[in-house]
Write a protein that binds this ligand. Structure first.
Ligand SMILES: C[S@@+](CC[C@H](N)C(=O)[O-])C[C@H]1O[C@@H](n2cnc3c(N)ncnc32)[C@H](O)[C@@H]1O
Ligand code: SF4
Ligand code: SF4
Length: 504
């Protein structure tokens, strides 16, 4: 039997060989396909073909159809004349009609459906909250090295009266590093955070040297990053960070008329000029550092302008963090929380900028994170992940007084993992609270379980949502808007794919 004759049976019309070519216009790339078949399996009968189910079909412009498997995020965009064939192949696989067709995996249409993850030989891997997702090893430890800061940003979530004057005890920091390395399989990233971490440069230097030795002893790799307000650089600090190959994140919320409304010192003076002066004095920072912008009501609609400003500074990486109502921003009624409308308008405008080619020379992470999740099933961003976010899995945060948190953003007392005074980091990551956190995913949230985009979104940040069983309304609306627009763009051109490749 040939594939054409199988399709003829299903479609009830004659199908020519050429008809099976070029019908798939775009598709996701699945890293994890069906279980490997081959070596060691001798002449045993190959496993049967299976299609992902249930699928959703969405009409797009130009008469094309998006065929999407919401549970895994496998998708393809099919030309109008190809939908019948695609559906027929998927149906035929379920009826076992593909199983005996010689060389069927090398037919173009079958190949495309396999490579995007919609079709495969049984058993299809379990996606969603898989055991693999639950067991992802620790990759990143955030070390809150100080509680204090030379600035007093209006929104600072990190501000805590109780720990404001503290510096992380170096011995405790060393213990945290050893314990985190023990939970890591290959490589650990350590992010020095605060407060303003560069106010504790001596401690950072000591802990960096210690971590390198400890990693060597453990036979693992370690790398470092620092998130700074950009006002405390000296020649010595910059040399050290560059020599030690730190990833440097500088916080800046845009040009002075935006940044200086929120990122201020205790006397209300904005820090924009000081940050620009650092970039002027240490040009190496333009090449090596990225900018992190906090998205508030002040700059949400201006996100594209902010990114253009960062690009024009000569910086090559732009990231954004959504406003979190914690710390100094907790219970505040000063209107810094962006409206969903502003958020969506800002992100879609930024996406349009990326599509236009205006940002080809700079990584625009607020777009790349969403885009990569659509284009592949790798899901590199720990916050936008099906099967549960990175908190308490590949991510842990140690506060300045040794409290172990699942993520730096999590300030919900019931969800604290414990204290280094009572347990090791490994124990905290395997405790009851960590288990609860790891059980949250898009599959456990009623609103998300029927969502088209759930594999790409993962159900939003539970810290911003205010609980494990909640979804942040703004972030949900943002996800739906951005993923919807990404698919529209993929349907009309290849520009976003090209951009993702430029920055792969
Ligand atoms: C808490 S600061 C600590 C590191 C350093 N002092 C700095 O400003 O980069 C880390 C990042 O969190 C951001 N941030 C502060 N308060 C926030 C909030 N309420 N919501 C979201 N991000 C916030 C800051 O703008 C900064 O980019
Ligand atoms: S956001 Fe960073 S710079 Fe601003 S007050 Fe908080 S710790 Fe300091
Ligand atoms: S948060 Fe919203 S967009 Fe994300 S998976 Fe849930 S319902 Fe879908």
């Amino acid at each position: 039997m040939s594939l054409e004759s199988v399709l003829e049976t299903t479609l009830e019309r004659t199908v020519s060989e050429n008809e099976l070519d070029g019908l798939i216009l775009k598709a996701s790339r699945a890293r994890s396909k069906s279980a490997p078949y081959g070596a060691g399996q001798g002449q045993a009968k190959k496993p049967s073909w299976h299609a992902r189910k249930p699928l959703r079909l969405l009409k797009m412009e130009l008469g094309n159809t998006l065929v999407l498997h919401p549970q895994t995020g496998a998708w393809t965009i099919v030309a109008p004349e190809g939908l019948g064939q695609v559906q027929a192949i998927l149906r035929a696989s379920d009826e076992g009609l593909l199983d005996d067709i010689p060389d069927v995996e090398n037919r173009p249409l079958v190949k495309s459906l396999v490579s995007c993850g919609l079709l495969g030989r049984a058993p299809m891997p379990a996606f969603g909250v898989s055991d693999v997702a639950k067991q992802r090893p620790l990759r990143l430890m955030i070390l809150k090295i100080v509680g204090y800061c030379n600035l007093a940003c209006r929104y600072c979530y990190d501000y805590d009266d109780a720990t404001y004057h503290r510096t992380l005890d170096v011995q405790l920091g060393k213990r945290a590093i050893e314990e985190a390395l023990a939970c890591t399989t290959l490589s650990l990233s350590i992010l020095f955070h605060g407060g303003e971490p560069l106010l504790a440069f001596d401690e950072i230097r000591v802990l960096t040297a210690f971590a390198r030795q400890a990693a060597r002893r453990a036979g693992k790799d370690v790398n470092f990053s620092v998130q700074t307000n950009g006002t405390c650089f000296t020649g010595e600090i910059v040399d050290f960070l560059v020599t030690e190959e730190f990833a440097i994140g500088i916080s800046l919320d845009g040009p002075s008329h935006l940044n200086d409304l929120v990122r201020i010192d205790r006397r209300g003076r904005g820090c924009h000029a000081a940050v620009e002066a650092s970039l002027e004095r240490y040009p190496v920072l333009r090449r090596t550092a990225g900018v992190l912008t906090t998205v508030t009501s002040v700059n949400a609609r201006e996100l594209r302008r902010v990114a253009e400003y960062v690009r024009d500074l000569g910086i090559r990486s732009f990231n954004a963090a959504l406003f979190l109502r914690e710390g100094r921003a907790a219970g505040s009624s000063d209107g810094l929380s962006p409206s969903p409308e502003d958020l969506i308008a800002g992100y879609l405008d930024l996406l349009a900028g990326v599509e236009s080619g205006a940002f080809d020379d700079i990584q625009i992470w607020p777009v790349l994170y969403y885009l990569r999740n659509v284009l592949t099933d790798a899901r590199p961003n720990a916050c936008l992940r099906n099967g549960g976010c990175g908190a308490a899995r590949e991510l842990v945060s140690v506060t300045v007084n040794g409290t172990v948190e699942s993520c730096d953003c999590v300030r919900l007392p019931d969800l604290s993992l414990g204290s280094m005074a009572d347990s090791t980091i490994g124990e905290a990551l395997h405790g009851q609270v960590a288990g609860l956190i790891k059980s949250r995913s898009e599959c456990s949230l009623p609103r998300c379980s029927a969502c088209l985009y759930r594999a790409f979104c993962g159900g939003t940040c539970f810290a911003r949502a205010g609980g494990l069983d909640k979804v942040n309304e703004s972030e949900c609306r943002l996800s739906r808007a951005v993923f919807g627009e990404i698919f529209k763009s993929l349907n009309r051109s290849s520009r976003l794919e090209r951009y993702a490749q430029l920055h792969s």
